[in-house]
Design a protein around this ligand. Structure first.
Ligand code: NPQ
Ligand code: MG
Length: 375
């Protein structure tokens, strides 16, 4: 197929409740969507970059610029564009994984919709529904936290992940574990600790956690291996894993026993699939991360989470965990699981009237104008 143009769009969606992590508080999302227009039809991509470069160096305004001026122009001259070629065509541009991932997702959606094949089938999904966990932000008090966790347990979530940071770790984890002795429980520090915090983090060992996610800064892979000698709970990496190469090195070093797969962070669903396959070979379980996606990104994440080595529940929560109203048909929890969409491509339909009503900026760029950016 040939790329005929693209539509970039920014939408604003307020969160049902503020979401606090060790890197800041979110109350709404400013999301960049890309629709590719091809000779074979259209496809949607969602960019997971945040409004500010605080989770990673990428942020929505930068992603929009790099897509328009550096990434999309590299795809226009291709007479036979395929999703499997996108990463190599974009390779000359360094970094910008989330922007690249969104474009590859859109091309893959267009391609699969044209073929009548779902993302799930394409990825080799082995289950019709996936187990879901939920990520619980830092709260103002332990009673507040217990109320929130209680509501999620009531809704059927199969695993709880608590965000932690120095000063909000052992006490909240103990309180949740005492109230819910059986619930699968894990924690995520989003890089907030240092390797000298090892003995402190080892105090979490008694709470039977599935894992500790990304305790140390992203470039400190060796320090995670050192921490793993002090802490019994398995270490899981998120921010540090940026490619199949960094995943392979981290495993070899003993820096992690589990990996959080976020397609946006690693440059797309195809690189994410390679990480899944590598981890299968190395006996490392993986789970699907979450970036507060709309129904578009959520559809792709749920499809990928149905691959065989996604053996732990993901952050693939229901739409209403984050949003009162989604831009597609909502993902709804059934006994703690979400259905893998079965229709062509992403298998979800965008509510265009609602989308237009929350759009803050939109630009449609025909291929000839994208191509002009290269000259
Ligand atoms: C994580 N996600 O696993 C991330 C962190 C995160 C569900 O915990 C805007 C952009 C908001 C990126 C909120 C979950 C975000 C974001 C949280 C990433 O580390
Ligand atoms: Mg994380």
């Amino acid at each position: 197929m040939r790329l005929q143009g693209a539509e970039l769009r920014r939408i604003r969606m307020s969160l049902v409740a503020p979401f606090e992590t060790s890197f800041g508080v979110q109350t709404e999302r400013d999301i960049l969507l890309v629709k590719v227009i091809t000779s074979d039809g259209e496809g949607w991509g969602e960019c997971v970059a945040g409004e500010e470069p605080t989770y990673s160096s990428e942020y929505v305004e930068g992603a929009q610029h790099v897509m328009l001026h550096h990434l999309l122009p590299r795809l226009v001259a291709q007479p036979e564009l395929a999703a499997t070629d996108v990463a190599s065509l974009l390779h000359p541009v360094h970094g910008h994984w989330m922007a690249k991932a969104a474009i590859e997702m859109a091309v893959l959606d267009a391609e699969l919709r044209a073929k009548g094949e779902s993302f799930g089938r394409y990825f080799g999904a082995v289950r019709p529904m996936v187990d879901c966990g939920v990520s619980v932000g830092i709260h103002r008090s332990i009673p507040d936290l217990l109320a929130t966790v209680g509501a999620y347990v009531e809704q059927g979530y199969r695993r709880i992940k608590l965000k932690i940071k120095p000063g909000w770790d052992v006490d909240p984890v103990r309180a949740v574990r005492e109230r819910f002795p059986q619930i699968p429980l894990q924690v995520d520090a989003n890089t907030a600790y240092t390797v000298s915090d090892g003995p402190h983090l080892a105090r979490l060992d008694e709470f039977d956690l599935l894992l500790i996610e990304q305790p140390l800064p992203e470039e400190q892979v060796l320090a995670h291996a050192q921490l793993a000698l002090v802490v019994r709970t398995p270490i899981c990496l998120d921010e540090s894993i940026t490619s199949v190469q960094t995943a392979s090195d981290a495993i070899e070093l003993g820096a992690c026993r589990i990996i959080n797969v976020k397609p946006g962070r690693v440059g797309g669903y195809l690189e994410a699939r390679r990480i899944h396959d590598l981890c299968t070979e190395r006996g490392v379980p993986v789970w699907m991360g979450g970036m507060l996606e709309t129904g578009l990104g959520r559809a792709a994440n749920v499809a990928m989470a149905a691959m065989p080595n996604f053996t732990l529940p993901g952050d693939t929560s229901a739409s209403d965990r984050y949003y009162h109203r989604d831009i597609t048909e909502p993902f709804v929890l059934h006994d703690g699981r979400l259905k893998v969409p079965e229709g062509p491509g992403l298998g979800v339909t965008v509510d265009m009237d609602y989308l237009d009503s929350i759009t803050s900026w939109r630009e449609v760029v025909p291929a000839d104008r994208l191509g002009a950016a290269l000259r």
